[in-house]
Design a protein around this ligand. Structure first.
Ligand code: SAT
Ligand code: MN
Length: 583
């Protein structure tokens, strides 16, 4: 008798023949399985027990010091035609890619256990969710996948029902940067990742599946897989608007998703609800609106800078049952990072050496916490809703020290797609390479779009159909700096002031000024009660620098030209229209 699991069983057998593990373990996701894995990892040093009085159920993992971030230069999209991967991806022909990486996988699991992890991205009963299976030789990956996805028996049951799943093969190999590759095969719905145990390189449900492979599937099936947080804003009347916002890695998505309203707003009854902090899958509903789910079940958040002041919800979430990766520890084994601001001091740094501030920070700048979303005080019940939440506004944002104002609104959908496509941001520690260099990062998807950006922009444009009730599109910049190099906007909870203006725009209740780059508020259009802004801050955050934008649009034009004739004409026309208005 054939079963819908035959394909899965055959693949697992093929992988075992190639990698030759000592043992094969099918993960059921149970507490007993998790406890046994934890004991094993504590025994072999993969996990270090943290203070169980202050942080029950929490552990520290120290990754290999050369394996602390995503490796974009070793990440490939392997489509039959190079053009389908586009200039935004590193490309290799599928046959060559398989041959190269299979040579690394050959015999790599000898003496190791091979874990088979069935998982579901998204609520287990949602039509928007998609399943995958990750095969890995890393128990640390299993522990993280158990937090980040719906993993185990229910996922396997859905795979058996549907018969289809994304195949992800992973081995830590030798953790040698010279023998490290992350390959994607969108046509085969397959991922192969070798030589890294870290985050987006190894937790294949996350960036590899939920963005690179899913973006390809989404294009075929008429939905969007985006690098966006999702939050709900409930006004004092009890109405909730949902906003999806794209920012590059390590630009504050987790903080924005868990925002705590400023004092005055809290008093008036405003509430913010967290749906997701990193990835958003959206598709049009019967009413023409875009409905979104968070495909993840946990947060893999940046630790440094997380404090009671910057993100009290995150801090509350990670008091228990959390895996910390590459943070420092205090004398009594509590996790510690720069900016935690809790009066404690680190004694051991992320490499396990005595802390010496002259040598290195206590926590790696890309150190992380992994925790179940259910532990977040602001986690929304709607995050488990099978239909998803209707999106009122889409926000694009980058880290821009100059030029870009605090907020502006796109005139219409096509302009909004251009605003997303033209996004620029200064690089962060979330990927290896230089930090602080301005690069174009369309929709914050530069490292994550599984196909040619030109086609991706076309896909975005295609949602503008008769009957569509599309969200309004905005651009924000929380990172504008003044003459003295300091941030001009307080950020964090005060960002709600900007989000409130957006909601009022959606409801047709707020003013704005028309400029060539879109609708800009003046300082008077926002509720700034209780924020002390200097004259410089007011002018800079709400100003429009004509000459600077002329140069910016010339740069955007050059950038878009890199995509050649595949670029949608409507996007080019929009760019030219604005450049002409600026001339
Ligand atoms: O390493 S991850 O991709 O999981 C985190 C990030 O860079 O956004
Ligand atoms: Mn991310």
């Amino acid at each position: 008798m054939t079963s819908k699991l035959d394909r899965l069983n055959e693949w697992v057998a093929d992988v075992a023949r190639l990698t030759r593990p000592a043992v094969i373990h099918w993960c059921d996701g149970s507490d007993a399985e998790s406890a046994a894995l934890r004991e094993q990892m504590l025994a072999d040093g993969t996990l270090i027990e943290l203070n169980q009085q202050t942080h029950p159920g929490s552990y520290l993992h120290r990754s290999h010091p050369d394996d602390v971030a995503r490796v974009e230069h070793l990440t490939f999209v392997c489509t039959p035609e190079r053009e389908d991967a586009g200039p935004n991806n590193h490309w290799m022909a599928p046959a060559d890619a398989h041959a190269r990486i299979d040579a690394l996988f050959d015999g790599c699991m000898q003496g190791r256990t091979m874990y088979v992890i069935p998982y579901c991205m998204g609520p287990i009963d949602s039509p928007l969710s998609r399943c995958g299976v990750e095969i890995t030789d890393s128990p640390y990956v299993v522990a993280n996948m158990r937090i980040m996805t719906r993993m185990g028996v229910p996922a396997l049951a859905r795979i058996e029902r549907e018969g289809s799943f994304v195949k992800g093969l992973h081995s830590i190999g030798e953790l040698d940067p010279e023998r490290r590759l992350i390959m994607h095969f969108p046509e085969e719905l397959a991922i192969k990742s070798y030589g890294s145990g870290y985050g987006g390189n190894a937790l294949l449900g996350k960036k590899c599946h939920a963005l690179r492979i899913a973006s390809h599937q989404a294009r075929q099936e008429g939905w969007l897989a985006e690098h966006m947080l999702i939050l709900g804003i409930e006004n004092p009347q009890g109405q909730t608007h949902y906003i999806a916002a794209a920012f590059p890695s390590a630009c504050g998505k987790t903080n924005l998703a868990m925002l705590i309203p400023p004092e005055g707003y809290r008093r008036d009854g405003w509430k913010v609800w967290t749906i997701g902090d990193d990835i958003c899958w959206m598709r049009p509903g019967a009413d023409g609106r875009l409905y979104a789910i968070n495909p993840e079940a946990g947060f893999f958040g940046v630790a440094p800078g997380t404090s009671a002041k910057s993100n009290a919800n995150a801090l509350a979430s990670i008091q228990s049952n959390t895996i910390f990766t590459n943070v420092g520890i205090t004398a009594d084994q509590q996790p510690w990072w720069e900016g935690i601001d809790n009066g404690l001091a680190p004694v051991t740094d992320w490499r396990g050496e005595p802390f010496d501030s002259a040598k290195r920070p206590a926590a790696h700048p890309n150190s992380r916490f992994t925790v179940s979303a259910k532990q977040c005080p602001s986690y929304s019940d709607m995050a488990e809703d099978a239909q998803g939440v209707p999106i009122s506004a889409i926000v694009f944002g980058g880290r821009r020290a100059s030029l870009v104002p605090l907020v502006f609104e796109a005139r219409d959908w096509t302009h909004g797609v251009l605003v997303g496509a033209a996004m620029g941001s200064e690089t962060t520690a979330a990927a290896t390479g230089a930090v602080g260099v301005m690069r174009r990062d369309p929709m914050a998807m530069k490292p994550f779009c599984g196909y040619n950006f030109a086609d991706y922009f076309g896909h975005w444009l295609s949602f503008d159909q008769p009957g569509a009730q599309l969200p309004k599109v905005f651009h924000v910049n929380w990172f504008r700096k003044g003459e003295n190099g300091k941030f001009l906007w307080p950020g964090f909870g005060d960002n709600l002031r900007v989000l409130e203006w957006m909601i009022q725009r959606v409801e047709g209740r707020a003013a704005a000024t028309e400029t060539p780059i879109g609708h800009l508020p003046t300082a008077d259009d926002l509720n700034l009660d209780g924020v002390a802004l200097s004259d410089e801050a007011r002018e800079t955050l709400f100003g429009f620098e004509h000459a600077g934008w002329q140069a910016e649009f010339a740069g955007i034009g050059e950038y878009l030209a890199e995509y050649g004739p595949r670029l949608p004409q409507a996007l080019l026309d929009e760019q030219r229209r604005i450049a002409a208005a600026l001339a």
